[in-house]
Ligand binder design. Structure first.
Ligand SMILES: [Zn+2]
Length: 401
């Protein structure tokens, strides 16, 4: 057990302890027992977001006025106040009783923010479930295609990603691609870009859901795709790929994949630090960094900057999930951007009260993440408990950057 944890001076029943060195927060639910549920997941994702903030704060952007601001939105996420006069609102959901903030910046960045990506993943997974269910109700079938490219430990994340994207674009464009869709009745696709890092370096890969209007022999579909994937690899990079580089499955594969999609975002590093075998997901790397692994932090920056480039006026990110044109409309799914999902209030909630801007600065100035503590207090206590905590912050203030 980590002995650096100290109990916060809170009214009885809250039982929140912090490690003032690492900033880790936990909730005691009995002697020596700690809550392993939403609170821990939330605390872990907040800790990881602070790590992302620390790692990306050095990338700056000069505005027209000459003022320099952080280039990556995650640096402001959960910190920046939208209207300083209004302060920060604290809501509690009517049904689930979990508290959340209002009036602060939500970055909506799926690649960089463990807090927003978790929220976005929940909605995106629901959309995928609707689409795969409706497709099968209509008599169609869904296949799960996985395409990979060779990679070595010495190759940068950006290089492997660029090669993969080039081949994937070739696979899905031109006359041959149209003939393929006509032959197998493919009326839509959703592709998901994912990253892991293992002993053999970066492994960006695409899983693509193929929506087809009739039952199919998947081996035939796979062979047809494989011919084009292998020939694109030969033409572009003179590679002789092994047949394993492309895989397509029918049956329950698409449903199983969709059911689990985004889980690594939802529990960002808390329980699933190890992604698969010895490879780590991007947020797994961030989790390692919060435990003091500096190399994991730099590897994460390599990924974060490879997946998004600083454009002239905004960050230009690779898209995580790409639905083919018209597919969402076909299944009556409203098209929301990641930012809209991040900003949306999840469920009906009551406003408990508001913190002034100065009170918020005090909360941010703690040597641990006092925001998650505040949310826990607001989830189970009342607004006086919140104010009590804000008036007697246990740590010494630090400078907010
Ligand atoms: Zn965010």
């Amino acid at each position: 057990m980590n002995e650096a944890f100290v109990a916060l001076p809170l009214p009885a029943g809250f039982g929140i302890e912090v490690d003032l060195g690492s900033g880790e927060v936990r909730r005691q639910v009995g002697p020596g027992a700690y809550e392993v549920d939403q609170f821990e997941v939330l605390a872990a994702s907040y800790l990881q977001r602070s790590a992302a903030r620390k790692l990306l704060a050095r990338f700056r952007w000069a505005k027209d006025s000459g003022a320099e601001v952080p280039a990556y939105r995650v640096v402001r996420c959960g910190v920046g106040v939208i209207d300083q006069k209004k302060g920060v609102e604290i809501y509690r959901a009517l049904q689930h009783k979990r508290a959340h903030f209002g009036g602060i910046v939500q970055c909506g960045s799926v690649w960089h923010c463990p807090v927003c990506s978790r929220k976005i993943a929940v909605r995106r997974r629901a959309e995928l479930v609707i689409a795969t269910n409706r497709a099968t109700e209509d008599g169609g079938v869904c296949g799960l295609l996985t395409c990979t490219v060779p990679h070595a430990a010495s190759e940068s994340c950006g290089l492997v990603l660029e090669r993969h994207q080039r081949l994937f674009t070739r696979l899905n464009s031109g006359k041959a691609s149209k003939l393929f869709r006509d032959r197998f009745g493919v009326f839509g696709t959703v592709r998901a870009l994912e990253f892991t890092k293992g002993l053999n370096g970066w492994h960006p890969h695409v899983h693509s859901l193929l929506f087809c209007d009739r039952p199919l022999l998947w081996e035939e579909v796979g062979n047809s795709l494989w011919t084009r994937w292998a020939s694109a690899a030969k033409k572009e990079y003179k590679w002789d790929l092994p047949r394993l580089a492309l895989d397509i499955r029918g049956g329950n594969a698409a449903g199983d994949y969709v059911g689990k999609w985004g889980m690594e975002y939802e529990v960002a590093g808390s329980f699933l630090k190890q992604a698969r075998g010895d490879s780590l997901s991007a947020f797994g790397l961030l989790g390692k960094f919060t435990e003091g692994d500096k190399a994991a932090g730099e590897a994460w920056v390599e990924y974060a900057t490879a997946v998004s480039k600083i454009g002239k006026t905004r960050i230009e990110s690779a898209r995580q999930l790409v639905w083919s044109r018209g597919l969402k409309a076909r299944f009556n799914i409203t098209d929301l951007t990641d930012e809209q999902i991040a900003e949306a209030q999840e469920e009906p909630a009551i406003l408990l009260g508001s913190l002034t801007f100065d009170q918020w600065l005090k909360v941010l100035g703690q040597p641990f993440d006092a925001r998650v503590v505040l949310l826990q207090i607001a989830s189970v206590g009342n607004f006086d408990d919140v104010l009590f905590f804000c008036s007697k912050p246990p740590g010494t203030a630090r400078e907010i950057t």
